[in-house]
Design a protein around this ligand. Sequence first.
Ligand SMILES: Cc1ncc(COP(=O)(O)O)c(C=O)c1O
Length: 376
Amino acid sequence: MTVASMEIPLVDLKAQYRAIKDEVRTAIDGVLESMQLTIGPNVRAFDDEFAAYCGTKHSVGVGSGTDALHLALRALGVGVGDEVITVSFTFFATVEAILYANARPVMVDIDERTFNVDLAAVERALTPKTKAIIPVHLYGRTADLTPLLKLADSSGIPVLEDAAQAHGAYQDDGKRKAGASGRMGAFSFYCSKNLGAYGEGGSITTDDDGLAATLRSLREHGQRTRYEHPIVGHNARLDEIQAAVLRIKLRRLEQWNDARRARGARYNELLAGSGVITPELPAGKRHVMYAYVIRVPGGRRDALRAHLAEKGIGTQIHYPIPIHLQEAARSLGHKPGDLPVTERLAGEVLSIPMYPELTDVQQQYVADHIRRFMAF
Ligand SMILES: Cc1ncc(COP(=O)(O)O)c(C=O)c1O
């Protein structure tokens, strides 16, 4: 049977926009009419609403997820001579933020089943210089924080969750949301994220009043009151237009996450026995499927990707070059083979189309073409 050809993007932001267009335009118009363009009523309301959503006392809206990680490290007092343990299998910004803070990133390997940090590797990497640990909730699945927090707490080391890809995901205990278990959580609202702005945005969540006050100061040039600067901060504000958009989208986030999860479960069924390795959807956690990532064994990933591109199917590799092997990280002295699981997975992973509006017919088309390719 021949299947009619289709164009299916990796992410379809226009489909989402069509559903909320009128509301978004009215909200943006409201901001423009008020001409209050930086931290104002929408940022303050969004901070409250996002904190309530995550189950934390505070959320501090900032300019990006990178700002969120950087400011969080600064608020913890991380600086020259300190080490921060994280993974190499992540977006570059996780490690970049550690370098912004003038600390040394100590990158460890991951668990190949979960794509998340390997606890034993963290334990081995701890030194008296370790000042923070950043687990990354990659692809929308939270890292196993219960044992990690136990280890960190016993050493008095704060955990900063990189929750840039995990808005609304649940922790291992099925209760705490991403960003609510560590000392702080850092979120990105980059446009393609589960909760995405129409530009840039980020937030830091925390239960700690002191850290929240420092973060609010750091996002606005270190000011205490207007033009009074006890510390050097950053221009890292979330702007009013983005906050107004995020407030509208936040009200739909649960529904969109459910739709992503349903599509993830359906892909898993459609691809069972196809020869690709599909992601786990563990019962106790709520994986929010920021990306639906298959593993293509046997060195066939790039050929499958090319085959899907020919059929009009958008894909991406998250991420092809591990951070420890990036040119920009050369001064850290890593070499191929240092993080074997990370390096192997970088050659196997493939993200296929995933967004809440993805239709059954589109999913069937994607799965059929994967199955056909893998059958040869
Ligand atoms: C895991 C991870 N950390 C950090 C970031 C940085 O966020 P942003 O692009 O908003 O600066 C991203 C986003 O792309 C990310 O995926």
